[in-house]
Design a protein around this ligand. Structure first.
Ligand code: PLP
Length: 813
């Protein structure tokens, strides 16, 4: 361990020598990264050990956050930050002629997630550790994470993500803690010692090997664990092998190990593939087995001890992907620990809690009964039993109301409905923003809410202000600390003290200078990567997130097209120069989303190369949106595009990251935008469009006719027509699917309906920006009122309201 810069420099140089037998002058960037990260890892490991010891002896309740995705991004920078070592290391390295930022960039992003849901899990880990809460992650160590996106001729291409190529310094393989997960086979019931027990035979065993990643809390000593499971097998088919069929022997090994090979790259659109169900059971079963094993060691292993497991363990499931935790915990308690149904069910429901992340009908998970029965025979018998008991309880409450019972059943019409399983088998169901939780209670899960009125609650999402403000925007963080002190780092609501500097000319100038520098940095990156020169005096108008019809990149693009049309028609049109920046991945099989990417890139090609425009507007689609790219883009944004169809975006978290970095939101009253609006007030946000109630009413009762809007707005009509009338230099049918989604299926996401409101809102944004003092006030107020959207607040609410866990102080050492 080092305490001073000099000690650090000496340790770093020695590490290079011992790792690589190398002198500083000969070391590559990769070597220097390895030297620094292994030094830091040692510091972390000491704390990790202490935390684990303390958790064991103090016997405090622990929470485990089960998530199919953890979108961690890079860890060196955030670990340094949370250890309080950033400045010391940066300065020490600088004296050795090394740029810390360059070393950080060597690390591959851990892209083990698609978007918001996976990033939320990562922010939650950071907040749990930083609040000294004993909370751990449980997930899958995908060999290949989110694909790398390349844009070729305007189209998305997917390349495999090989994030483990150079090894991963933050993980620790724990082969001795491996467990077996059983797939397929048959289950029969047998009476043993007066009890019916389930015997699972002829199954395929897959070995789950844990790789633990330390989760470092800020400032204090807590280091929690993210446990990611890798599928391996020590089974090798020697009989095939010895008969000379080497390939068959290897094939079987690969098929078993396939389980943790790949992240499904679908956001809000689950693929009903066997392998995906296999992944779900794999990490749920492995996680629960290891948690119960540890519980028994610490708290005793009699059935009476296990009947109280909820007093010491909370299991949280991030969306329904880990909903098999309900029957799997039942299996362990019944089949392995010998509890009776009533005790096991009581303990299971009190242990598990569930977050719903979406009301998009196509995103609600359901699995064919046949598939569940074949792949997971024991899970299937348990789900049937749970369903029968639940339906019996429904019958008692609503005798004869078959419609309602069918509507609420866990198994119906040949499918297992995972959200129903999650609600029935847990003690808490939360939505992720007020409007989303209300829609759950009043619409999508109204029947369940009536049946379990106390189970439903809201926990508005948040993001870690350490990564998304302090680390991503260090100049702004320094400026804030100089102005209001450092208290905001531990208590982000103290950012509100910035409010009184909102009209302070000197502070405005400083905030503006920071933004300008961030814009220059982004512009340099765009120049280097794409050879596009952007005007850093222009408004940076940023729309970055997954490409999805409901997120309405199409609305933004159509407005840009309309703006272009107007500039062509009237070259003297007096607009504020703008750079429209997009980034985002489409699911590989999502045809419409892929065409939207091509549309934006085509717009860029036309507009950026039109001498009539003279650079007054530019369009940039940055490839491979990821956590690290987000950290570069968001601090440079003036305008944050949050324009989803109201009611469709459960919360959004991108909106919060932008706000913290002083961008002004143009948005609909959807998800957490509503709460951002509540915090900053009308003067500091630009709102437009249908409300959630209006959208839901249209969905329920009809009454929207896209043709009415199309025919009554000539500017809009022109832009929509240009999709298919040969205006763009692409094949004639290139954008048919976009046109079709708008005009032939009655514009499901109300793009045309909201167009006029959006165009007016964009005009307002331009006018506000012209009054720079006014704009800086808005920007500062957004930072000031972003404290509520720190995930520390969210996690405190989970800890008190759902998990009932308390901080554990890890002793100094
Ligand atoms: C925050 C984040 C998201 C979520 O963004 P939304 O705007 O809420 O959809 C997606 N991807 C990455 C890389 C992120 O950092």
């Amino acid at each position: 361990m080092f305490r001073t810069k000099e000690e650090f420099k000496a340790a770093f140089i020695e590490r290079l020598e011992t790792l690589f037998g190398e002198h500083l002058d000969d070391a590559t960037l990769t070597d220097k990264y390895a030297a620094l990260s292994t030094l830091i890892r040692e510091i972390i490991n000491k704390r990790w050990y202490k935390s684990n010891m303390q958790y064991r002896v103090s016997k405090d309740k622990q929470v485990y956050y089960f998530s199919m995705e953890f979108l961690l991004g890079r860890l060196l920078g955030s670990n340094l930050f949370n250890l309080g070592l950033t400045d010391l290391c940066r300065e020490g390295l600088a004296e050795l002629g090394i740029d810390l930022a360059e070393l950080e960039a060597v690390e591959a992003d851990a892209g083990l997630g698609n978007g918001g849901l996976g990033r939320l899990a990562a922010c939650f880990l950071d907040s749990m550790a930083s609040l000294q809460l004993p909370g751990h992650g449980n997930g899958i160590r995908y060999r290949h994470g989110m694909f790398e996106q390349k844009i070729v001729d305007g189209y998305q291409m997917e390349l495999p993500d090989n994030w483990l190529r150079d090894g991963y310094v933050w993980e620790m393989r724990k082969a001795s803690r491996a467990v077996t997960v059983k797939f397929g086979g048959t289950v029969r019931m047998e009476e043993r010692a007066g009890r019916l027990v389930a015997i699972h035979e002829n199954y395929e065993p897959v070995l789950a090997v844990p790789y633990d990643i330390p989760v470092v809390g800020a400032n204090r000593n807590t280091v929690n664990t993210l446990r990611l499971w890798s599928a391996e097998t020590n089974h090798f088919d020697f009989s095939s092998f010895s008969k000379g069929d080497f390939l068959k022997a290897v094939e079987q090994k690969y098929s078993m190990e396939a389980t943790s090979q790949i992240l499904y790259p679908d956001d809000n659109y689950p693929e009903g593939k066997v392998l995906r169900l296999k992944q779900q059971y794999f990490f749920v079963s492995a996680g629960l087995q290891s948690i119960v094993r540890r519980y028994k060691r610490t708290h005793g292993g009699t059935p009476a001890d296990l009947a109280k497991i909820h007093e010491k363990i909370a299991i949280h499931i991030n969306d329904t992907h880990p909903a098999l935790a309900v029957p799997e915990l039942m299996r362990i308690l019944l089949d392995e620990e010998g509890l009776g149904w009533a005790e096991a069910w009581n303990a299971t429901c009190k242990t598990i809690s569930y977050t719903n992340h979406t009301i998009l009908p196509e995103a609600l998970e359901k699995w064919p009964v046949e598939l569940v029965g074949r792949l997971l025979p024991r899970m299937y018998t348990l789900i049937r039993e749970i369903n029968e008991r639940f339906c019996a309880a429904l019958w008692e409450q609503y005798p004869g109301d078959w419609d309602k019972i069918r509507d609420m059943a866990i198994i119906s019409e040949g499918y297992v409905h995972m959200a129903h399983l999650a609600v029935v088998g847990s003690h808490s169901v939360n939505g992720v923003a007020e409007v989303h939780s209300n829609i759950l209670k009043q619409e999508v899960m109204a029947n369940f809410h009536k049946f379990y009125p106390h189970r439903f609650n809201n926990k508005t999402n948040g993001v870690t202000h350490r990564r998304w403000l302090a680390k991503a925007n260090p100049a702004l963080a320094d400026l804030i600390s100089e102005t209001i002190g450092q208290g905001w780092l531990d208590h982000p609501t103290e950012l509100a003290n910035l409010h009184r500097y909102g009209t302070d000319a000197a502070f405005q100038a400083s905030v503006k200078a920071v933004k300008q520098a961030n814009k220059e940095r982004l512009a340099q990156y765009i120049k280097a990567k794409m050879n596009i020169t952007v005007d850093t005096q222009s408004i940076f108008d940023v729309h970055v997130k997954r490409i999805h019809a409901y997120k309405r990149q199409t609305l933004n693009a159509l407005h840009i097209l309309d703006l272009y049309n107007r500039l062509k028609a009237d070259p003297s049109l007096d607009i504020e120069p703008r750079t429209f920046i997009f980034a985002g991945k489409s699911a590989a099989g999502y045809y419409l989303a892929k065409r939207i990417i091509k549309f934006i890139n085509t717009l860029a090609q036309v507009i950026n190369n039109d001498p009539d425009i003279g650079g007054r507007i530019k369009v940039v689609f940055m490839e491979n949106y990821s956590v690290s790219l987000a950290e570069l883009i968001i601090p440079a944004a003036d305008v944050s595009e949050q324009i989803s169809t109201a009611s469709r975006e459960a919360s959004g978290t991108g909106n919060m990251k932008f706000m913290m970095n002083g961008a002004v939101t143009i948005g609909t009253l959807d998800g957490a935008n509503i709460e951002i609006h509540d915090e900053v007030g009308d003067d500091n946000i630009v709102i437009f469009g249908l409300t959630a109630d209006e959208v839901l009413n249209y969905y329920k009762y009809g009454g929207y006719n896209v043709l009415d809007v199309y025919n009554s707005n000539p500017r809009l009509k022109q832009a929509v027509d240009q999709l298919i009338n040969g205006f763009f230099p692409v094949s004639a049918d290139e954008f048919d699917s976009i046109h079709h989604s708008l005009m032939r299926t009655n514009d499901e996401y109300f793009v045309l309906k909201d167009f006029a409101g959006y165009a007016a809102a964009q005009e307002k944004v331009g006018n506000l920006y012209r009054d720079q003092s006014r704009w800086q006030t808005m920007s500062i107020n957004n930072i000031a009122f972003s404290g509520r959207f720190a995930s520390d607040r969210t996690i405190s609410e989970y800890a008190i309201g759902i998990w009932q866990i308390k901080p554990v102080v890890i002793r100094e050492f």
